[in-house]
Design a protein around this ligand. Structure first.
Ligand code: NAP
Length: 208
C-alpha cells in the first residue's frame, strides 16, 4: 500500500521503518518540509520518500498521524476526505495546552481529530505503545508472547485494514469498538504503555 505519515518523529519514523520493511511504499512528512527529511528517508530505504504533509495526505491510501495532539488543526482536511486516517496522537495538557472538553471527559482526543477531518475514516491506534517497544517488540503471528494493540473506530473496513497493517508490523490488533471507546486507551488507562498479549488486553478492556 501507499502509506502517508504526517509527523516523522519517534512514532512516525518507527512506523515508517517497519512498514517499509514489509514492502509498503511510505511517504514521510513533518511541519518543516521534505528537505528536512531527506536523510531520514534515504536511511530508511528506497521505498520511503520525503514529501509535504499535504502530499502525504493526498497520496497515502492510509495516513498515519503522529504529531503532538495540540497541532491537530494543522492537518489538511480536504485531501484526507474519505481516507483511512490512523490517529496515534495523545493528549498531554502540559505539551498540548488544556482542553476543557477533554478534561471533563465530554469527548475524546480522537473524536476531536475526526471532527476536524470530517469525511476521514479515523481509527485510533498505536497511541498506547512506546515507540521503542513498537520498533523492537514485533513478533510473528501466532507467537504466544506477541503483543497486542487496541484499536477503535466507526468504520469497520478501515479497522480491518489498520489491523492488517498492525499485523504486518508484528503485533495483534484488538478491536474495542467505536471511536468514542477510545477513552479506554488514552493515557492513564490500564492498557496504556503496558505490554499485553491479545488475551490480556481484551481482559483489561473488559471486552471478553
Ligand atoms: N513517543 C512515543 O512513544 C509515543 C507513543 C504513542 C503515541 N505517541 C503520540 O504520538 C504523537 C507523536 O509523538 P512522537 O513521540 O513521535 O513525537 P516527536 O518525536 O516529537 O515527533 C513529532 C513529529 O510531528 C511533526 N509535527 C509537529 N507538528 C506538525 C504539524 N503541525 N504538521 C506536520 N507535522 C508536525 C514533527 O515535525 P517537525 O519537527 O518538523 O515539527 C515531528 O516529525 C504524539 O501525539 C504522542 O503523544 C507517542
Amino acid at each position: 500500500m501507499d502509506i502517508g505519515i504526517i509527523g516523522s518523529g519517534n512514532i512516525g519514523g518507527t512506523s515508517a521503518r517497519l512498514l517499509a520493511a514489509v514492502g509498503h511504499r511510505v511517504l514521510i512528512s513533518n511541519s518543516r518540509g521534505p528537505e528536512t527529511l531527506v536523510d531520514q528517508a534515504t536511511e530508511l530505504g528506497p521505498d520511503v520518500s520525503a514529501v509535504t504533509a499535504e502530499e502525504a495526505a493526498r497520496r497515502g491510501e492510509v495516513v498515519l498521524v503522529a504529531i503532538p495532539f495540540g497541532r491537530y488543526r494543522d492537518l489538511p482536511a480536504a485531501p484526507l476526505d474519505g481516507k483511512i486516517v490512523i490517529d496515534a496522537t495523545n493528549y498531554y495538557p502540559d505539551r498540548d495546552g488544556t482542553v476543557a472538553e477533554l478534561e471533563d471527559g465530554s469527548t475524546t482526543s480522537s473524536e476531536m481529530v475526526a471532527a476536524h477531518l470530517a469525511g476521514a475514516r479515523v481509527v485510533k491506534a498505536f497511541n498506547t505503545i512506546y515507540y521503542v517497544r513498537l520498533g523492537e517488540g514485533g513478533r510473528p503471528s501466532g507467537d504466544p508472547e506477541r503483543l497486542a494493540l487496541p484499536i477503535v473506530g466507526d468504520d469497520e473496513e478501515a479497522k480491518r485494514i489498520v489491523a492488517g497493517l498492525i499485523d504486518d508490523m508484528g503485533f495483534d490488533a484488538v478491536d474495542h469498538g467505536g471511536l468514542a471507546q477510545g477513552a479506554a486507551q488514552q493515557p492513564g488507562t490500564p492498557v496504556y504503555a503496558t505490554d499485553l498479549t491479545a488475551a490480556q488486553l481484551r481482559e483489561r478492556l473488559g471486552a471478553g
